[in-house]
Design a protein around this ligand. Structure first.
Ligand SMILES: Cc1cc2nc3c(=O)[nH]c(=O)nc-3n(C[C@H](O)[C@H](O)[C@H](O)COP(=O)(O)O)c2cc1C
Length: 174
């Protein structure tokens, strides 16, 4: 599992190979196994495979050029009426988004998380583009496809970010 977490990198160039439906289903299943506050599972997922919609995404999202080559997209949405309480939908949808990235990584599928929340203009544009219900908001968008770029695993473990029992305390200071 640590391997899958570490080999996941944001992929923005994809081959022409399309992802099969079985793999998309497995990724969606992983998303729905994410933890959510009070197990409310307040999420919805819109799977995108239409090039015309990908084109529209690139018109409304300023950092979405990877949709020129992506096989699929998944829009992660939260239902504000289903969440445990004000704001919990964000944590729930964040957990679902990360599960999607890690499930893709485990299937050797490349992915990239595109931020939608908290940019209100993007949230509004996507809400309109996908015709969402009034109580549903967009959290994130994920581009998926087979990687056409190689990325090394960076060093990201920084011990100075870790404290023991109290802010600022290091292990040998206790
Ligand atoms: C909340 C969030 C928003 C992001 N938005 C974008 C985006 O709009 N476009 C993009 O290309 N990458 C986006 N990324 C990906 C980050 O740039 C990427 O995760 C970061 O540079 C670290 O690289 P890595 O994912 O390869 O580890 C986003 C990531 C997060 C968590």
């Amino acid at each position: 599992m640590l391997d899958i977490i570490k080999k996941r990198r944001s992929i923005r160039k994809f081959t022409a190979e399309k992802i099969g439906q079985e793999k998309i289903n497995a990724i969606l299943e992983a998303a729905m196994y994410a933890p959510s506050a009070a197990n409310k599972q307040p999420w919805y997922f819109i799977v995108i495979d239409e090039p015309s919609i990908m084109k529209k995404i690139m018109e409304v999202h300023p950092h979405s050029r990877m949709f020129e080559t992506a096989s699929h997209g998944i829009l992660v949405c939260g239902d504000l009426n289903l969440q445990h309480g004000d704001g919990y939908w964000l944590a729930d949808c964040g957990a679902a988004t990360q599960n999607i990235l890690l499930a893709a990584s485990s299937l050797s599928i490349g992915s990239c998380w595109l931020g939608v929340f908290p940019r209100v203009e993007r949230m509004k544009a996507f809400k309109e583009l996908f015709g969402l219900s009034q109580q549903v908001e967009v959290f994130s968008l994920i581009a998926l496809g087979y990687a056409a770029e190689n990325k090394a695993i960076p060093e990201r473990y920084h011990p100075e970010k870790v404290f023991m029992n109290k802010w600022g305390h290091k292990k040998n200071e206790l």
